[in-house]
Design a binder for this molecule. Sequence first.
Ligand code: ATP
Ligand code: MG
Length: 253
Amino acid sequence: MSQKIIAVVNQKGGVGKTTSVINLAVYIALMGRKVLIIDLDPQANATSGLGIPKDEVKFSTYDLILGNKKIHEISLKTRFKNLEVITSNGDLSGIEVEMVSKLNREYLLKNALNDSNFDYVLIDCPPSLGLLTVNALTAANFVLIPVQTEYYALEGLSQLLSTYQAIKQSTNPELSILGVVLTMYDKRTTLSSQVKEEITKYFKDIVFSVNIPRNVRLAEAPSYGKAISEHDKWSKGAKAYKNLAREVLSRLE
Ligand code: ATP
Ligand code: MG
């Protein structure tokens, strides 16, 4: 497999999908791999988190999915060597309605990715299991699931897993789960270790050994349009994402 496509998915909002996409992508790129971020969320948080103003986005994932533009025509270079991004903007918010009437509506993103040639493609999914996320799961080789370390952590995961199974049985039999990562982990609380135990009982060894701590520096970085490696590379959050990037590469290479 040359290009590895990873969909970062959880229909629950605010669990750390976008933070994980940006920082994993940046560290994997710093480790010398060619990486593309696809911002598949109309909220465009990955786009703005990388410091790209939404109103400067001329072409977006919208054009990619509807086949108006090819990847190499609209992917933007970033400040990071080896990292490009296909940005999102508000155009994407109505796209599911337009997609419904299309032939092969589940395969639009997969088809758009046919002629791309990166080592890694990371897809930042919106917080829903709608047609955009179905497109991501159909295009991807792997799913990465960030789970917020909280009392209700497991809630919603069974719905996510049944969507995953449904995709495997229909549009993408080769799909597999790359891993589950606990985010906003607070090692001082017993709740965090209990949640890790529970998630590990459920998902076994696909749970990453690296936990992403709750870390103010991670929360601040997007407001400066920066990755954590730029905002504070010595922070706990930076170290965790760097280690997670290593763990991802060790599972895939
Ligand atoms: P959405 O479902 O809305 O797309 P998301 O799953 O992409 O959300 P993020 O946007 O990555 O989640 O994170 C939600 C909020 O929590 C953001 O304000 C982000 O900066 C903050 N955040 C993410 N991870 C951490 C962390 N480890 N520590 C502290 N704050 C975090
Ligand atoms: Mg997000």
